[in-house]
Design a protein around this ligand. Structure first.
Ligand SMILES: NC(=O)c1ccc[n+]([C@@H]2O[C@H](COP(=O)([O-])OP(=O)(O)OC[C@H]3O[C@@H](n4cnc5c(N)ncnc54)[C@H](OP(=O)(O)O)[C@@H]3O)[C@@H](O)[C@H]2O)c1
Length: 506
């Protein structure tokens, strides 16, 4: 048992790291030399093409100079599928490009425009930028053909094919997307809040009106977890997921791990633009729970009301907790996790103790990480820079490219569900007390009443008796039982503050 549930998927050491699956790294027989980082892109393409006959033909088309003198006749290259693929690609090229309107020219919106203008992805043309008071947003690197507008009706009535919503929030973004989809156009968004609360309704509308809705950037956009779930993992049955979904919290907690104080790191995060002036959405866990709800729909295939997931803030975590966590072989991260067991769903978001040697502990700074456990495929890890203007924009542009090239989402059915189960995991409880004899006895008796077994009691030296922190760790138990025990202790005069209860991931 691990984390209170079975580990069919294997251990952390057996994880498939998604980011290691680079093009050309997949050799299928032992005698073929795997690609190395020293190979040029052309060499990697060519080498991987040897393993994949359908791709072989394409590689000949793309890299004729590299293999000149060694051309292989087309007859040897699985003519039918290759020719079909080529024919398809040629037909695609003759289609007019998708006309794109960006709504919201802020951090992500301007990054999306930058990629569309600089990289000119085939089949995509930026035609409109919509923002309030748009005149102040104009930049000289956007082609003069692009219309800058603050008139939503005019943009919607124009011949744009896709609205890219990068404004954020539920309103007016939600009504704009409904109007867009209702008009039979498609939409791409990075708006996790909107998708968490209204995604199902918007997807239904898109399907009814013949458009498409894509939101690969809404959760950890820089690491393709949503496309991964929609395609590469669609054939599995995901039973469990856990992840670091909020870069701001990860930045704060990993800096605190290195010795900084919460308030100082938060100020740094705000100065760097990593945290909002009002940080509640991030540090309170609300941002992560919206993302968790979206992933639960795609991974566990359940539609839950995000408000049913009660988040725990990271603000109560102090340097003392990092010090005790270190002694327990752990560190602290904000973790969002969910699992489906026997038809019931458990989900939670909050600061948790994670093993210092686990993948979660490797994730530092603004990085995101998602670990999905499939019934058939075991564990898969997605990790990297999840948020920020450019990484998020990459996900948005990838969605646009998928639309332009006709690759549709695999429909993933989902059913409404309530959060009806609890995780049974070990807990870390930190008390801050005015020391006196008998405190430990009172705490252990309250825990025993709820049939909770103590694992360890840890008290580090060097703290004053009038404000003494110490830690009790307990064996796997239900959060509700522990909550009752802590409530019964909560009135005691020796407590200087509410005990801090953190789940421990093992
Ligand atoms: N930033 C990230 O790293 C990141 C990562 C993943 C997902 N996202 C999501 O991406 C979306 C955009 O985020 P962002 O960071 O780019 O936000 P942002 O920098 O605040 O940009 C939002 C833009 O929308 C404009 N806007 C806001 N309300 C408007 C309204 N009522 N009418 C017209 N224009 C309006 C803003 O104009 P003003 O300049 O006038 O305010 C601004 O230009 C959000 O849904 C966010 O959750 C962001």
């Amino acid at each position: 048992m691990r984390n209170g549930f079975s580990t069919q998927g294997g251990t952390a050491n057996q994880l498939d790291v998604f980011r290691s699956r680079s093009v050309g790294a997949d050799t299928t027989t032992s005698e073929r030399r795997p690609c190395t980082s020293q190979d040029t892109t052309q060499q990697r393409w060519f080498r991987s093409s040897l393993d994949h006959p359908v791709r072989y033909h394409r590689s000949i088309e793309r890299f004729k100079p590299f293999i000149k003198g060694n051309l292989v006749s087309e007859e040897r290259t699985f003519l039918s599928p290759a020719n079909l693929a080529r024919q398809g690609a040629q037909e695609q090229r003759t289609l007019p490009p998708l006309r794109i309107a960006i709504f919201g020219f802020g951090t992500v919106g301007s990054s999306v425009a930058r990629i569309l203008v600089e990289s000119k992805p085939e089949g995509l043309e930026l035609t409109h930028v919509y923002n309030r008071n748009v005149a102040r947003k104009r930049v000289d690197w956007v082609p003069s053909s692009v219309v800058w507008s603050e008139d939503f009706e005019a943009v919607l009535a124009s011949d744009v094919d896709v609205v890219v919503e990068l404004v954020g929030g539920l309103d007016p973004a939600g009504s704009w997307l409904r109007r867009t989809l209702d008009a039979g156009k498609s939409a791409v968004t990075a708006n996790k809040k909107l998708i968490a609360y209204q995604g199902v309704e918007l997807e239904r509308l898109a399907a009814a009106k013949g458009g498409h809705l894509k939101y690969g950037a809404a959760v950890a956009g820089g690491i393709p977890v949503i496309p991964g779930l929609e395609q590469g993992l669609a054939g599995d049955r995901i039973e469990r997921m856990q992840g670091i979904l909020n870069g701001t919290c990860n930045f704060i907690l990993s800096k605190m791990e290195a010795g900084a104080e919460f308030a100082t790191v938060l100020a740094t995060a705000q100065a760097k633009g990593y945290a909002e002036a009002d940080p509640l959405e991030d540090v309170g866990g609300f941002d992560a729970r919206a993302k968790l709800a979206i992933l639960m729909r795609l991974a566990l295939r359940v539609v839950v009301d995000p408000d049913e997931i009660v988040p725990q803030s990271i603000t109560a975590v102090t340097a003392v907790d990092f010090s005790y966590a270190r002694d327990l072989g752990c560190t602290i991260r904000q973790v969002a996790r969910a699992e489906e067991r026997d038809g019931t769903v458990a989900a939670t978001v909050g600061p948790m103790l994670v093993d210092r040697n686990s993948p979660m502990a490797w994730s530092r700074g603004m990085e995101n990480m998602v670990i999905l456990t499939g019934h058939y495929g075991g564990d898969v890890v997605f990790s990297g820079h999840g948020a920020g203007g450019h990484p998020t924009a990459v996900a948005v542009v990838s969605d646009l490219m998928a639309l332009a090239h006709g690759s549709r989402r695999v429909p993933i059915p989902s059913v409404p569900a309530r959060i009806g189960a609890e995780f049974e995991v070990p807990h870390y409880i930190r008390f801050l007390v005015i020391d006196r004899p008998g405190i430990v006895a009172e705490i252990t008796s309250a825990l025993a009443k709820e049939r909770i077994n103590i694992r360890a009691i840890v008290q580090k030296p060097g703290y004053p008796q009038h404000a003494l922190p110490f830690v009790v760790t307990v064996e796997p138990c239900k959060s509700s039982a522990l909550k009752r025990a802590l409530e019964s202790i909560g009135e005691r005069e020796f407590l200087l503050e509410k005990p801090l209860d953190l789940q421990m991931l093992e």
